[in-house]
Design a protein around this ligand. Structure first.
Ligand code: FRU
Length: 524
């Protein structure tokens, strides 16, 4: 399988050409940015140019850091930098200067960051713990020369709350041990149990675990995954973390793993595994193993547009949440979506919880509470079949009671004056949620975009169905049944959707509660 960046090379050449004709704007310059068509108003997006994966998510001294794969010279993928933003509330973001630039060892691919509380790396000064970023170096010359050892891991440290970064002069700290072309996306955690740093690394078709006492020298611990989950694409962006099973003292370990291509709806998607990690080896929970053998997977998000997501490091114990954020796009069309000055946004931050359900262990995802701060005066959505005007930035909380007929088919329709629409619904007979963007606007930019509606089996068996939606100009994030099923989907209507209607195609359904909250924007 070709790594995904072989394809973008041509686009990159085109992108560079663009960069020569268009002078680059300062990331901080005040302008009409954030008012353009399709621009999300409460999601993080770069002021301009290309963004993909979230990187280096770490919390330190009241600030949530968000680094991201960034190419400052074009709106398509190219030589990767780490862009940087911070937030104090997970809602409002402040852009900071680029944190990491490519150097003689290569582009700066995805990775993570930690607070080195005990200064194990010796990179701290004045008794302050350093922030340490662990990332992949991707050497484009090595790739062009058709070598297969062109990815390795490096580190950098910051002693000023992430404002400036110094690359370690002993880089790479983990040379390619292959040679294996795909050797990347280190996610590092401190493992209390084994008293060492653990790195989860994506290596083509499996995850390798590496251990270190000082973040500088790494020893191979074990491999996981060749025989589990999906392998129709390259494995990327792992994340490993412990998690209590909700309502019990049982602790499990969760491994997130992104794959491209090979997602259930085409292109990129994120699968996960539930098991046990003993400081060396990750072993699947027995019941979970049955669900992910023979090229089957359990997906984190049933939609098409949530990729490469990982969780924040160093969230204080008194908070205790496992906070997640993903790249809200899909490699199938990310580089050609019809946005102007910028390309891509992140999902809203979400809280992950692990629950034991009848189907087995499942991750539930919920929007972070902090987003409630954006709510404006609520509007009531009364009954079915009635169109209500909404803002293109709206949160909807809809509680349905489904009748016994067993064949109900209903949902939420967003529309505009151009006759374009997006539908999210539930087909009770098939027990499927569906997300239908086949009539949601212009798809001329990619044959892969409109596709057919995507579906997801409903996990909950309750008669009451809650749909919680976040709509932001070009995206819908749907949290069904308190996050048991989640779908993230993009659309590009030629005019913003400004109407909502509850439709019932079949059966009887009562809308018990329908509340819409216009959401304030986060950009000045
Ligand atoms: C995932 C990914 C990573 C890689 C980065 C390059 O989207 O392909 O595996 O580090 O993007 O930008």
């Amino acid at each position: 399988m070709d790594p995904i960046w072989r394809i973008p090379i041509l686009l990159f050449i085109f992108g560079s050409f663009n960069a020569c004709t268009e002078p680059m704007n300062d990331q901080h310059a005040a302008s009409s940015h954030y008012r353009e068509p399709h621009r999300p108003q409460f999601h993080f997006s770069p002021k301009e140019k290309w963004m993909n994966d979230p990187n280096g998510m770490v919390y330190y001294e009241g600030e949530y850091h968000l680094f991201y794969q960034y190419y400052p010279d074009s709106t398509v993928w190219g030589p990767m930098h780490w862009g940087h933003a911070i937030s104090r509330d997970l809602v409002h973001w402040e852009h900071l200067p680029i944190a990491l630039y490519p150097d003689s060892l290569g582009y700066i691919f995805s990775g993570s960051a930690v607070v080195d509380w005990n200064n194990t790396s010796g990179l701290g000064i004045n008794g302050q713990p350093p922030l340490v970023a662990i990332f992949t170096y991707h050497d484009p010359d090595g790739e062009k020369a058709k070598r297969s050892d062109y990815q390795c891991q490096g580190i950098a440290n910051s002693n000023d709350k992430g404002r400036t970064w110094t690359k370690y002069d002993g880089n790479p700290v983990l040379p390619n041990r292959g040679p294996v072309a795909d050797f990347r996306d280190p996610k590092v955690i401190w493992d209390e149990g084994s008293g060492q740093w653990i790195m989860a690394l994506a290596v083509y078709d499996h995850v390798e675990f590496w251990g270190s006492k000082d973040l500088k020298s790494w020893a191979h611990l074990s491999d996981f995954g060749k025989e589990w989950g999906m392998h129709t694409g390259v494995w990327e962006c792992p994340d490993l973390f412990p998690m209590a099973v909700e309502g019990s003292d049982v602790q499990k370990w969760v491994l997130l793993l992104s794959i491209n291509p090979g997602g259930p709806n085409g292109g990129s998607a994120t699968q996960y595994f539930v098991g046990h990690f003993d400081g060396k080896t990750f072993t699947l929970d027995e019941s979970f193993a049955n669900e992910v053998k023979d090229e089957r997977a359990i997906w984190l998000d049933a939609g098409r547009d949530n990729y490469a997501g990982v969780t924040w490091s160093d969230i204080p114990g008194e908070d205790g949440r496992r906070l997640f954020l993903g790249w809200m796009s899909n490699w199938e069309y990310a580089q050609v979506v019809p946005t102007g000055a910028w390309r891509s946004a992140m999902t809203i931050p979400r809280v992950l919880n692990l629950k034991k359900t009848e189907a087995g262990y499942r991750l539930f995802a919920q929007p972070v509470e902090e987003l409630k701060a954006l709510r404006q005066a609520p509007i009531e959505i009364t009954g079915t079949g009635i169109k209500t005007s909404i803002s293109p930035q709206t949160e909807l909380v809809l509680d349905f009671e489904i009748s016994d007929s067993g064949d109900a088919n209903f949902g939420v329709e967003l529309s505009n004056g151009k006759g374009e629409r997006y539908r999210f619904g539930y087909d009770q007979a098939a027990n499927l949620f569906y997300s239908d963007r086949t009539q949601s606007g212009d798809f001329s930019f990619s044959e892969k975009f409109a596709g057919k509606p995507v579906t997801a089996q409903r996990l909950s068996k309750e008669r009451i169905l809650r749909l919680h939606l976040f709509i932001d100009a070009a995206s819908a994030e749907i949290f069904a049944d308190d996050g048991a099923d989640v779908l993230t989907e993009l659309f590009f209507p030629s005019e913003d959707f400004n109407q909502v209607k509850i439709y019932v195609e079949k059966g009887t359904v009562e809308l018990k509660n329908g509340t819409g909250y216009p959401l304030a924007g986060i950009w000045p």
